[in-house]
Design a protein around this ligand. Structure first.
Ligand code: 13P
Ligand code: SF4
Length: 317
């Protein structure tokens, strides 16, 4: 078996020879984050996919992310090293379910989290990620009815942040939903001086938003961030320690960029097994054999792209 060093060298040679770029999500294993040309959150990865001059995009993340890259850059070859890398949240709603929900609210606009299939995006008005969901919803006239899908915790967060009543699909991510208020309260007892940063997909979100309105000091001090914003915030903050409530893959980037600070996972077993399916051996295979290509049928891609373009446009304002 080749060593990590040998595999990395071969990956480097092939990516130059084939004019490929390797994009990795913040939840990828450390070895993948270290060899990627760019590591980021869902929004950052979509922006990179739209800007790159590379002919091949090796997408180290889950399937809906690679699909999004392919929709944005249909002239590029988008490859995912393991086509089985799915997302439990994206699975909570399909095209038929969305069409039925829309028929019950014929005047509503559909706002979909990027964690959805291309087919669901094709029936969506505005795509969002956790870093821009509030901004996108604020751009919609207040008298418009909104269907928000599929994450109920992010939906509650957006509703609270914008002060709007929103219909929210009852979906959840099995990794984030498992991070409960008791986990956060317990870890706060161990690290009373740490700042609490929480991804709004977490199962504790709704409860803390509710109790922040009362006299719950812990709930009041929590900051809700996308993975990308967690990275920016901790880099610029003077606080020396943080409790991080999200998938634990992000701890690698956080520790790498701020080695003098301490980062504690809110739940050490908050691990997305889909994200961890991508390995360096699979990335090498992907580059060598140019597999597994992610392609979206043209009519679906054309419709889905409108919702993604709207999001990218609003984010850039
Ligand atoms: P971010 O957009 O914050 O990176 O989140 C993506 C995701 O899949 C969360 O589970
Ligand atoms: Fe999907 Fe959850 Fe994994 Fe993110 S952490 S990719 S939402 S299953």
């Amino acid at each position: 078996m080749d060593s990590l060093h040998d595999i990395s060298e071969e990956i480097d040679g092939l990516r130059k020879e084939k004019n490929a770029v390797i994009l990795a999500h913040n939840y990828q294993i450390p070895e993948i984050q270290d060899l990627a040309d760019y590591t980021g959150d869902s929004l950052g990865l979509s922006q990179k996919a739209s800007e790159t001059d590379a002919e091949i995009i090796i997408f180290c993340g889950v399937h809906f992310m690679a699909e999004t890259a392919s929709i944005i850059s249909p002239d590029k070859k988008v490859l995912i090293p393991d086509p089985e890398a799915g997302c439990s949240l994206a699975e909570t709603i399909n095209l038929e379910q969305l069409k039925k929900w829309k028929s019950e609210h014929p005047d509503a606009l559909v706002v979909s989290y990027v964690n959805t299939s291309a087919a669901v995006k094709s029936e969506t008005d505005y795509c969002v990620t956790s870093s821009n969901a509030v901004k996108v919803v604020e751009s919609i006239p207040r008298d418009r009815e909104i269907l928000f899908l599929p994450d109920m915790f992010l939906g509650a967060f957006v509703s609270k942040a914008t002060g709007r009543k929103i219909h929210v699909w009852p979906g959840e991510c099995h990794v984030h939903a498992g991070i409960r208020p008791k986990d956060i309260r317990r870890i706060k007892e161990s690290y009373p001086n740490a700042e609490m940063i929480v991804h709004p997909e977490c199962g504790c979100t709704t409860s803390f938003l509710h109790s922040a309105a009362g006299d719950d000091e812990l709930a009041k001090e929590i900051k809700f961030f996308s993975t990308g914003k967690m990275i920016d915030y901790t880099r610029n903050s003077d606080t020396p320690e943080f409790v991080v409530a999200t998938e634990t893959g992000i701890l690698h980037t956080l520790r790498k960029q701020s080695p003098e600070k301490k980062f504690y996972p809110a739940k050490a077993d908050a691990i997305c097994e889909y994200m961890k399916m991508i390995t360096v051996e699979k990335v090498l295979n992907s580059l060598r054999e140019e597999v597994y290509e992610v392609r979206v049928p043209e009519d679906i891609a054309r419709k889905a792209k409108k919702s993604i373009d709207r999001m990218l446009y609003i984010s850039a304002q």
